[in-house]
Design a protein around this ligand. Structure first.
Ligand SMILES: O=C(O)CCC(=O)C(=O)O
Length: 338
């Protein structure tokens, strides 16, 4: 693991001491800022009651459930784990794939946030046309996510950098809660660390994390962890270096969602190697792409096996990934960085 030590970190404690950023009415200015800096915060984009509804459904359906769920940190099906303060420790990956019968309200309310008409307005303006949501996550405890560019994991088949993402605060996020951070201008100034050679995901993921940390240091980028109030959303590009801080105060949570968006006509490019076709379903103002849909009996059987035999499944997955990454069929070579 790469130790987190960010000498040049800017961590404003409150809204008052942070820069104001923008509101939806200032979308043109916000877009210019996004294009220059590789990220932007839109204040109060999501109504408070929608944030509260997601958290209430989490309490009712998810917190006490023993159903294994796919997790962001290791791509394994795991049961909930909690910190000493009682916050969910293993973030949920791809909320749109959750089993509707078990987690219907949580899934539906989270998707209402992630596909909200205001979100569609911003993401369409960023990406230049109708969009689809292709990935999502839910966090409660600090995650200490390593600095990365999303492009390494997934991007647009139509060109690297053509994916955008949003980080949604469901509560005011304390400076000690493990804030989300970005490196301003890194979408232009930090070289793209490719998913290949010694840094490939299958066998070189730890090396990749080190390579990213070094690339950020070489570019002498600032690191900012903006104040995020309930309903604020931070949007960033798939080439922007970002991550989250280790929690300095275990008594505070960071209830939040993230989602990644592509143009509706683009496909997902995974690991800079293969195009991953996804089935989509309409939701509010956009399509939502599914990957491991737990409403399918077959996918539930697969997740059951993954939960029962995590190590064996992990080995098979790594082998498959190794094969995919090494059998690049020219997809990556044809993908432009733009
Ligand atoms: O909030 C976090 O810990 C990381 C989120 C993230 O990196 C992402 O959604 O790509």
């Amino acid at each position: 693991m790469v130790a987190q030590s960010y000498a040049n970190l800017e961590l404003p404690e409150t809204l008052e001491v942070d820069r104001h950023y923008y509101e939806l009415q200032q979308l043109d200015q916000a877009l210019r800022y996004y294009s220059d800096e590789g990220y932007v915060v839109i204040r109060r984009l999501i109504p408070d009651e929608l944030c509260d509804r997601v958290r209430a459904a989490f309490e009712q359906e998810v917190r006490r459930s023993s159903t294994p769920i796919l997790r962001q940190k290791n791509m394994r099906y795991e049961q909930n784990r909690f910190t000493s303060a009682g916050f969910l420790e293993n973030p949920i990956f791809n909320i749109q794939d959750l089993h509707t019968k078990t987690f219907g309200a949580f899934k539906s309310r989270a998707l209402d946030v992630l596909t909200h008409s205001r979100v569609a307005e911003v993401t369409e303006a960023i990406l230049g046309g109708p969009v689809k949501m292709v990935q999502s996550m839910f966090f409660e405890a600090a995650a200490g996510t390593w600095a990365h560019q999303d492009s390494y994991y997934q991007d647009s088949s139509a060109g690297l950098g053509r994916m955008a993402a949003g980080w949604y605060a469901l509560e005011d996020i304390d400076a000690g809660a493990g804030r989300f951070f970005v490196c301003p201008q890194s979408h232009r100034r930090v070289e793209l660390v490719k998913n290949e050679g010694p840094n490939n995901f299958a066998s070189g993921h730890e090396r990749y994390k080190e390579a990213m940390a070094e690339a950020i240091e070489r570019a002498q980028c600032r690191i900012v962890a903006p104040f995020m109030g309930k309903g604020d959303v931070l949007f960033w590009s798939s080439l922007t270096a970002h991550g989250s801080l280790e929690g300095a105060n275990p008594a505070v949570s960071r209830a939040s969602l993230t989602a990644h968006y592509l143009r509706a006509s683009d496909q997902m490019l995974q690991f800079h190697s293969r195009i991953r076709h996804q089935r989509t379903q309409p939701r509010n103002k956009m399509e939502v792409a599914l990957l491991h849909d737990q409403d399918s009996l077959m996918n539930r059987a697969i997740s059951g096996v993954s939960f029962a035999f995590p190590e064996s499944v992990e080995q098979v997955r790594r082998l498959a990934m190794w094969a995919v990454i090494h059998a690049k069929n020219g997809v990556a070579a044809s993908a432009r960085r733009n």
